[in-house]
Design a protein. Structure first.
Length: 250
């Protein structure tokens, strides 16, 4: 089996929602295989199904002045921020497929999130930034260091419809963390956010967003036990499965 990979660069948030909808619809019809979309967004705040508006600290006037969009969406979780320097991943995956840890007719959504966390933990490890999970707090966190508690470096939130996932994860690479001051990230007020840029031991080894994306895609394939095939765009994705349902390299 295989995963398709779409690396799209910087994409406005509403455009990315439309792309997700197209890919999800094609996946539900079994016209394409499971697909990982990697991209970056201009500044935007998104509110998940469990969001509380009071977790947006900035006024509407300030957000408008900064050109920050605000969107209510159907993923799980609270409010989060996306912006330049942050790698965003949208895995469009049929949970009824042959996935690691599946014991019933489909992989449980929480188990899928745990797999995504593992992808990001390994990605951070590639750049010598040790991270782990924190019980009852979805996401990826740095390891506490003495009196310095863990910090959140990656957020996750998904939606599942007819067994197919959308939305996904965001990992801070060179993100301007001052922008997180506009919100209470994920509704968690007692922990800070961080980035690979701040945590990497040797600043000269800081990855570009493209290098971080390559690492994430590689570990996605390893964690899910599948080959990852990179495609050039949506049209290439549509053309990548022949009438027999076999992958075609492009």
């Amino acid at each position: 089996m295989f995963f398709h990979l779409l690396s799209l660069g910087r994409v406005p948030y509403l455009e990315s929602l439309a792309i997700q909808q197209q890919v999800v619809a094609a996946r539900k019809q079994n016209l394409i295989g499971d697909t990982l979309i990697l991209l970056e967004h201009p500044p935007v705040l998104t509110l998940g199904r469990n969001s509380k508006r009071e977790n947006i600290l900035a006024s509407d006037e300030l957000l408008a002045r900064k050109g920050v969009e605000l969107h209510e969406i159907n993923r799980g979780g609270d409010v989060t921020y996306h912006g330049p320097g942050q790698l965003v991943g949208y895995p469009i995956v049929d949970l009824r497929g042959d996935l690691p840890g599946k014991t019933g007719p489909h992989l449980a959504p929480v188990d899928f999130v745990r797999l995504l966390e593992e992808v990001l933990i390994r990605t951070c490890g590639d750049f010598n930034v040790p991270t782990h999970r924190v019980p009852k707090r979805t996401g990826v966190w740095t390891v506490p260091n003495g009196s310095v508690p863990e910090k959140k470096i990656a957020a996750l939130g998904i939606h599942v419809s007819q067994g197919v996932t959308s939305h996904g994860f965001a990992i801070n690479v060179t993100t301007d963390l001052r922008d997180f001051q506009w919100i209470v990230p994920c509704g968690i007020a007692d922990r800070e956010v961080t980035s690979l840029e701040l945590e990497i031991p040797n600043p000269t080894e800081l990855p570009t967003l493209e290098q971080a994306a390559d690492a994430a895609a590689r570990h996605f394939g390893q964690v899910f036990g599948e080959q990852v095939l990179a495609l050039e765009g949506l049209e290439a994705l549509r053309a990548s499965v022949d009438s027999g349902g076999k992958p075609v390299r492009v």
